[in-house]
Design a protein. Structure first.
Length: 482
């Protein structure tokens, strides 16, 4: 089912793994079929420490390049990724399961961060500050933070990596990446193309491991790692923060979400339904910014539910490599069991569960499900679902909607639909999230600051703010200038 170009890419990956082989390895499986795609090196703590040593030694020469020289190399990497977009997309679907169109879209989205930060790296401006004494000159410069440890999740195996590696390299840092054990192939493919672009081996190294905790312990405790950039669950993010305290590392944490999707009586209902479908079911509901709770004002509740159900019924469940598929599998058995548990808990506590697909492929496939009559006693009303399940709540007033929306420890994304300008401002300002989607369901862009508040994390990725997470500010006071 895969193209010749993808087969060739897999051959290159296997060659990379042979060159970097270790005493042990671990399998990478296709979540749609369970079949083993290949095996990758099982890197150890000692290997990670050796990578850190090499990254520290190589970083000064990389930082000594001009921002334009680094930009030129990053732009070559960007071009190579786009030239290989179809094969990288198929590879991504093979190991992660998302529909091929989404996978190819992710490759383009991931590449956009490289193009963006190739340019942003040239704008790491400092300051000349008016002196407080006539014989002084006060200067501020920005310098790369040094060696970065990065840990990324499986749900966006390409874009979550470039969203960290691009600003790190543009800033003049070196980076050691530990991708998810479920999706390491996309990371290796990026490293292969990085070599072709001229990114030195020791500037961007990949630790493939099925023992995330062991590698995380090394990265968070090693004195030569000056920053940890993590994308993943809030639980692991908190652990990494604790582990980083002894060496006082800078942290970027992109963590879990529990996005409310609010539909007011004056909303464009068809637009809201279409946006809710994208926000809820993209990547089979496995994105950090998925609509996790759909709140519909009572005046339009019945209309919205009927239209939403009709849209769900049109989803095509299957292997992501088929262009017919609009909903793939969840990543693994553990995810399947978690989402199934949430559905059963809601049903046992009196929820109305609507499943509109009677037959499913074998394996970790979950039917897109709408759940109504949801109460706060149900786990699904507070947990991050990370699956194709849509709990629907009804509300009466704007204040009630905002109270429900904010009643979570998460604060990543939120969405709401209204044509009322005053309400647009009121609600945008009152929602406790780092990002708000007004009359839309897709908000991510390389040009905008992506990140959360509360227990959804700290720092921002993308935008003019994203480079700062990989820079240190230095103040230079020059005296004796008579
Ligand atoms: N905010 C964002 O930008 C964003 C983006 C994608 C995913 N996420 C979140 O990630 C979660 C789903 O991804 P996941 O299941 O891969 O999350 P996860 O936290 O289980 O794993 C993420 C990464 O951390 C590693 N890891 C796991 N335990 C570790 C430990 N003890 N020490 C060090 N590393 C460890 C994993 O191997 C993986 O590489 C969801 O909560 C989702 O909301 C957030
Ligand atoms: O899952 C988290 C991703 O950041 C979602 S998106 O690709 O940025 O929309």
């Amino acid at each position: 089912m895969i193209s010749q170009q993808t087969s060739e890419l897999l051959t290159q990956i296997n060659s990379y793994c042979e060159t970097n082989k270790t005493e042990a390895n671990f399998p990478v499986r296709n979540p749609a079929t369970g079949e083993e795609i290949t095996v990758v090196p099982e890197c150890t703590a000692d290997i990670t420490r050796a990578f850190i040593k090499r990254a520290k030694a190589a970083q000064p020469d990389w930082a000594a390049l001009t921002a334009q020289q680094r930009a030129n190399i990053l732009k070559k990497w960007h071009a190579l990724i786009l030239q290989n977009q179809d094969a990288l997309g198929e590879l991504l679907t093979l190991e992660q399961g998302k529909p091929i169109a989404e996978a190819k879209g992710e490759i383009g989205f991931g590449a956009s961060f490289i193009e963006w930060f190739a340019e942003e790296g040239k704008r790491a401006y400092g300051d000349i500050v008016p002196p407080n004494m006539p014989d002084k000159r006060l200067l501020v410069i920005k310098q790369p933070i040094g060696v970065v440890g990065a840990i990324t999740p499986w749900n966006f195996p390409n874009a979550m990596i470039t969203r960290k590696v691009a600003p790190a390299l543009a800033a003049g840092c070196s980076i050691i990446l530990k991708p998810s054990e479920d999706t390491p192939l996309s990371a290796i493919a990026l490293r292969i193309l990085a070599s072709e672009a001229g990114i030195p081996e020791d500037i961007f190294q990949i630790v493939t491991s099925s023992h995330g905790a062991e590698i995380g312990e090394v990265l968070t405790s090693h004195e030569d790692i000056r920053k940890i950039s993590f994308t993943g669950s809030t639980q692991v993010g908190k652990l990494l923060m604790r582990q980083s305290a002894d060496t006082l590392k800078k942290l970027s944490l992109e963590l879990g979400g529990n996005a409310p999707f609010i539909v007011f009586n004056d909303a464009d209902i068809d637009g809201a339904v279409s946006a809710a479908m994208i926000s809820k079911f993209r990547n089979s509901g496995q994105t950090c910014v998925c609509a996790n709770r759909i709140l519909v004002q009572s005046g339009v509740y019945e209309t919205f539910v009927e239209k939403f159900k009709s849209a769900i019924a049109k989803l095509q469940i299957g292997n992501g490599l088929s262009t017919e598929t609009s909903l793939g599998p969840v990543i693994n058995q553990k995810a399947f069991e978690k989402v199934s548990r949430l559905i059963k808990d809601a049903e046992d506590k009196g929820a109305e569960v609507t499943r509109l697909h009677t037959s499913l492929p074998e394996g970790n496939f979950i039917a897109p499900t709408m759940i109504s009559n949801v109460t706060n006693e149900m786990d699904i009303s507070s947990e991050e679902i990370f699956g194709p399940v849509a709990p629907i709540f009804s509300f009466e007033t704007e204040e009630e909607a905002i109270t429900i929306a904010n009643s979570t420890q998460y604060g990543l994304a939120s969405y709401f639909w209204t044509k009322d300008l005053a309400r647009a401002w009121r609600v945008s300002e009152k929602l406790e999230t780092g990002m708000v989607g007004l009359n839309q369901g897709l908000i991510s862009s390389e040009a905008a600051p992506f990140g959360g508040i509360k227990e959804s994390g700290m720092g921002r990725e993308g935008s003019k703010y994203g480079l700062d997470d990989y820079l240190e500010i230095k103040y230079i006071s020059m005296g004796g200038i008579a």
